[in-house]
Write a protein that binds this ligand. Structure first.
Ligand code: GAL
Length: 504
């Protein structure tokens, strides 16, 4: 009997293990983090840009926070070498020392090297694509020391239109990467075409769910045609998709995210200048709670201090990197009379389960309130709505206990501290004290030393936010939220079963 149970236990463990590593390369067990040049530089890529940025990622403490991959996007090659296996040739003007040298230098800094190619004849920028050259290109990438591949969808020669055709095309590169024996994180970029959330998890670590993000909260753009209730079902993903457009698309497919396989909401726009501070806070909170990869998309050489402070919030990143890997879901959204210039007015509640930080029977819960109205709003979320997954209409046992509501933005680094970090970097040439920025701000989290999972287990206060209020049984989380802003809380169960004096 005991043996039988043991066997059953082993089978369950094996099942869980296989579930945890969807694509079976052991990577992206939590959403990948890094930087990609596309949003702020487009085709203007070079070795100098990558290495300067990499140094800043280290100096500004971003590497310590988990931003690991430095991803080179489109426009880096000059074609194929007919006398050497048809392998891709890096542009010698942009990369005078070659890609292997870039990889070496990134590795020496403790960072990973991300590469870009396209499952088509050409890349979106019109350079040589990898369709038909998967094996030779995967081998080249592995030889160079590449750790990550973003794989695009332009010029796919009509090999799209249903899930089988698209997944088969993307699987060729998955197999080629696996065959190299080098662990290479595989990031699909087919913009949600042919529902990659249905098949991406078996071959890749993440898949883009939309057309390209745009540095705007909710500006509609006819080049990103899909919006509204059917937005997820998008035959023409396009580009210039606002943050709220992508949020709406994500809301339908949150259940598809799991350890090793993530919905990719596209690169961050924080720091690119066109949104308000509140909008960038909401954008970052949303991407974190939805378990999107967190890929910086700004020019780090000129990052404003207030944006560095957003990107450095370890308590918010800890939600994204939570070991349970389950995405928050939208619980409600409704319109208000306060409409902005683009017609946006919606208030939204998202919530999702996190690993318990008390070690008790109740998981922590992330609560995200988003104010899309045109003015500051007092927003309320009932425990019944927050915990609706555990029981409809307030029947969840979590509704019957008390919670700490811990404000995850309360400990945002001050602008002065962020500026001091920028000023102390030798890479910006600003250093006055001769010390490295990672020495500034002693209270900063270092995920390269202690993983977020371990930090949460240790109850590290840098990851838990500030207790703002306690919420009693059947209570309500309340927050005053700026126009186009967000409030983000970690709910943490208060001990139960302690009888009050007068009950004894
Ligand atoms: C798009 C992709 C962008 C960027 C660009 C490069 O298809 O979605 O993120 O990689 O191509 O040309």
């Amino acid at each position: 009997m005991a043996f039988k149970n043991l066997l059953r236990g082993a089978a369950v463990a094996a099942f869980l293990a296989s579930k945890v590593e969807a694509v079976d390369n052991g990577l992206a067990i939590t959403p990948q983090m890094g930087w990609d040049n596309w949003n702020s530089f487009g085709c203007d890529v070079s070795e100098t840009l990558l290495l300067q940025t990499a140094q800043l990622i280290v100096d500004y403490g971003l590497k310590d926070l988990g931003y690991h991959y430095v991803i080179l996007d489109d426009c880096w090659s000059i074609g194929r070498n007919a006398s050497h296996n048809n392998s891709l040739i890096a542009n010698p003007e942009k990369f005078p020392n070659g890609m292997a040298a870039v990889a070496d230098q990134l590795h020496a800094l403790g960072l990973g090297f991300g590469m870009y190619s396209d499952a088509g004849k050409y890349t979106c920028g019109g350079y040589a694509g990898s369709l038909g050259y998967e094996t030779v290109d995967a081998n080249t990438f592995a030889e160079w020391g590449v750790d990550y591949l973003k794989y695009d969808n332009c010029f796919n020669m009509g090999q799209a239109g249903n899930q089988m055709i698209s997944s088969a095309r993307y699987e060729v590169m998955a197999n080629a990467l696996n065959a190299t024996g080098r662990p290479i994180l595989y990031s699909l970029c087919n913009w949600g075409e042919d529902y990659p959330w249905n098949w991406g998890s078996t071959i890749a670590n993440s898949w883009r769910i939309s057309g390209d993000v745009y540095d705007s909260w909710d500006q509609p753009d006819s080049r990103c045609p899909c919006d509204g209730p059917d937005a997820w079902n998008c035959g023409l993903p396009g580009f210039h998709c606002s943050v709220t457009n992508i949020m709406n698309k994500a809301s339908f497919i949150v259940s598809k995210a799991q350890p090793g396989a993530w919905n990719d909401l596209d690169m961050l726009e924080v720091g690119n200048g066109a949104m308000t501070d509140a909008e960038y806070v909401a954008h970052f909170s949303m991407w974190a709670a939805a378990k999107s990869p967190l890929i910086l998309g700004n020019d780090i050489r000129v990052v404003p201090a207030k944006d560095l402070a957003i990107l450095s919030n370890a308590a918010v990143i800890a939600v994204n990197q939570d070991p349970s890997g389950s995405s928050a879901a939208r619980r409600w959204m409704y319109s208000t009379d306060s409409t902005d210039a683009y017609g946006g007015s919606a208030l939204q509640l998202w919530s999702g389960s996190l690993k318990s930080t008390t070690g008790g029977q109740y998981n922590d819960m992330v609560v995200l309130l988003i104010n899309g109205a045109n003015e500051t709003m007092v927003m309320n979320a009932t425990l019944a709505d927050i915990f609706v997954d555990s029981g409809a209409a307030g029947t969840a046992r979590q509704v019957k206990i008390s919670w700490e509501a811990r404000d995850l933005w309360a400990n945002r680094m001050s602008e002065a501290e962020a500026q001091a970090i920028i000023d102390a970097s030798s890479a910006t040439g600003n250093a006055t004290n001769g010390y490295n920025a990672t020495m500034v701000g002693s209270g900063r989290y270092n995920a390269t030393k202690t993983s977020y999972a371990q930090g949460l287990k240790n109850n590290d206060t840098l990851l838990l936010g500030n207790v703002t209020t306690t919420v009693g049984p059947s209570g309500t989380v309340t927050a005053t939220v700026e126009r186009h802003g967000a409030a983000l809380f970690r709910l943490r169960a208060l001990p139960t079963g302690v009888k009050k004096r007068d009950e004894l």
